[in-house]
Design a protein around this ligand. Structure first.
Ligand code: PSU
Ligand code: MN
Length: 307
């Protein structure tokens, strides 16, 4: 007999039962977004940042075909260290389970699984979006369309400038995905504080974000996601000049090597980390830890409102 139901980590199951705050975390940044061996250390730090702010971390991923919400340390270590971990979007979840795969969940897959598990807040680094050549390639991350139909708040630092940021914001509008700045009216560009576009809304506190989630639940009108864009302070961003140079080189290499599809994002991230000699990695880690902290405070505030 096979059991393909979602498996819950002990601590996460208990917290969900008792209505205590839980924050979902993705595993693609661990397996495909961050270089080894830093990835495992950072994965653990993210979980600790969630705990430090009073919530329970639920890192989501697939181990041996088991879809797990709340990976334990052995499972997290496996996804961070073994070769051949698949990058799983929503459409891959059932196939990967049936074939007994190891897999890391993207923002799309993590959001969908978290919502199915009853988790309302998710922290990540950056969202996928519309790629620069999308007019020819149709390469637009499933993160966008998934958030259109998934009731979850995703705390992120916007999207990377490796994408077409303006087109991504347009698509989010079309798809009905809410976008708010956390203490800003400018959409962040991940490594850089300002991604170059205005936002309509800015919220001032974790409590105010929690109010939005409660309002959406009570109105029962909008059933999609909310992006909470949390920029790095300007004195912590990647040097914009270094950023622009690295991006231009990365895009040229992408073309030279003929990289396409789901390999594009990991390829460009790896390029940034090596070409900046670790500077982008340090920035990336700060972004994730800050997002984990804010997401946990939102989850705490939301749990208090429902109590
Ligand atoms: N953006 C980042 N780092 C990442 C990703 C996005 O800054 O690691 C990962 C996320 O898991 C996201 C996925 O969901 O890449 C998007 O991949 P694609 O463009 O293939 O949909
Ligand atoms: Mn893609």
């Amino acid at each position: 007999m096979t059991d393909f139901h979602i498996h819950y980590g002990t601590e996460v199951a208990e917290a969900l039962r008792e209505g205590r705050p839980v924050v979902a975390l993705e595993s693609t940044i661990v397996s495909h977004g961050l270089p080894r061996p830093d990835n495992l250390r950072v994965a653990r730090q993210i979980e600790q940042a969630v705990r430090d702010a009073g919530a329970v971390p639920a890192t989501i991923g697939m181990v041996d075909g088991r879809l797990v919400v709340g990976l334990d340390d052995a499972e997290l270590t496996r996804l961070a260290t073994v070769d051949g971990v698949a990058k799983l979007s929503v459409r891959d979840l059932a196939v990967a389970a049936a074939t007994g795969a190891d897999g890391a969940t993207t923002v799309a897959a993590t959001s969908a699984v978290a919502a199915a598990a009853g988790i309302g807040v998710f922290a990540t680094g950056g969202l996928g979006g519309v790629h620069r050549e999308a007019a020819q390639t149709f390469d637009e991350s499933a993160d966008l369309v998934t958030l259109a139909r998934t009731p979850i708040a995703v705390v992120c630092a916007g999207v990377k400038s490796i994408l077409d940021v303006g087109a991504t914001l347009e698509r989010l509008e079309t798809l009905g995905v809410g976008v708010v700045g956390y203490r800003t009216r400018r959409f962040p560009g991940f490594f850089i504080t300002d991604g170059g576009f205005d936002l309509d809304w800015s919220l001032d506190s974790a409590e105010q974000v929690a109010d939005v989630l409660v309002a959406r639940e009570q109105q029962r009108v909008h059933h999609g996601g909310l992006i909470v864009a949390n920029p790095l302070p300007t004195d912590e961003q990647l040097d914009p000049e270094l950023h622009d140079r690295t991006l231009a080189d990365g895009l040229a290499l992408l073309e030279r090597d003929g990289v396409t599809g789901k390999a594009v994002t990991p390829y460009l991230l790896a390029h940034f980390h090596s070409a900046t000699e670790g500077a982008s990695l340090a920035v990336n880690v700060r972004i994730i830890l800050r997002n984990a902290d804010l997401a946990a405070r939102i989850a705490v505030a939301a749990a208090a409102r429902r109590a």
